[in-house]
Design a protein around this ligand. Structure first.
Ligand code: URA
Length: 247
């Protein structure tokens, strides 16, 4: 196993959003930081950043925030945007305020449209993000789709063909899987992430998506008890599930 990277205590806390270097030094010198039950009062102390650090370190009596290399899943509600820049309600506003000051920043793993709900992954780990979204990773995403009009009947075959073209594009879509769940309802599993892909696939069939909800990324399902707007940290087993069901 590779050795955990170490960070100076003041840098670690500052990167986690606890304040400027100077502000976190005040916390440290006020004996408000403990590691394994002992006060750490040296802001220069090198701290190995291990996965269990949140369970071993406290700041002002509370468990440390998740150390760098964290990932979480959110049940994204409707009406919030997956962007750091746009105006209006952003998914990041649903996280604790301090987490929004972290460096490296937490980013969404791909995006869901403002009017799409469901399973959204977020991480501060660029390598992990890339591993999940890189086209050759082939991580599938499943959507629960509600339609305006009844299915025609040929959608499943068209989506699976590997020859479907979306308007304005010059490369066919990779084969996608569709399961009928009702007259106006289907589950669609895709392994790409083109702009508004699922909505455009149905638009190309003369239909209109009225509700879109992602319930699965790779082999990881959105838990039934995770309410809209809530989030949960991912552990190693969850991440293995995300990557397990690659096509
Ligand atoms: N396809 C869409 O059309 N929108 C999403 O948010 C995700 C997939």
């Amino acid at each position: 196993m590779s050795k955990a990277p170490s960070l100076r205590l003041d840098r670690l806390l500052s990167n986690l959003g606890y304040g400027s270097r100077r502000e976190v030094q005040q916390l440290i010198w006020a004996d408000l930081v403990t590691l394994d039950g002992n006060v750490v009062d040296d802001s220069d102390e090198k701290i190995p950043v291990t996965r269990d650090l949140a369970a071993r370190m406290t700041v002002d009596g509370e468990a440390l925030d998740p150390p760098p290399g964290m990932a979480l899943m959110m049940n994204k509600p409707l009406g919030v945007t997956c962007s750091h820049k746009e105006l209006g309600p952003l998914v990041y506003a649903l996280l604790p305020e301090r987490w929004r000051r972290r460096e490296p920043a937490i980013s969404t793993v791909g995006r869901l449209d403002k009017e799409t709900s469901g399973l959204l992954l977020m991480t501060d780990d660029g390598a992990l993000l890339h591993k999940i979204i890189a086209p050759r990773s082939n991580v599938s995403k499943r959507y629960d789709v509600t339609l305006d009009r009844p299915l025609r009947g040929d959608e499943m075959k068209l989506f699976a063909s590997g020859a479907m073209m979306l308007e304005g594009e010059d490369k066919p879509l990779l084969p996608a899987h569709m399961e009928v769940a009702g007259d106006k309802r289907a589950y669609v599993t895709i392994s790409e992430g083109r702009y508004h892909q699922v909505r455009r696939m149905f638009a190309a069939c003369g239909n209109h998506v009225t509700a879109l909800h992602r319930d699965r990324v790779g082999g990881l399902a959105l838990p039934n008890d995770l309410k809209a707007g809530d989030y949960r940290l991912l552990n190693e087993a969850d991440l293995a599930q995300v990557l397990e069901a690659r096509a």
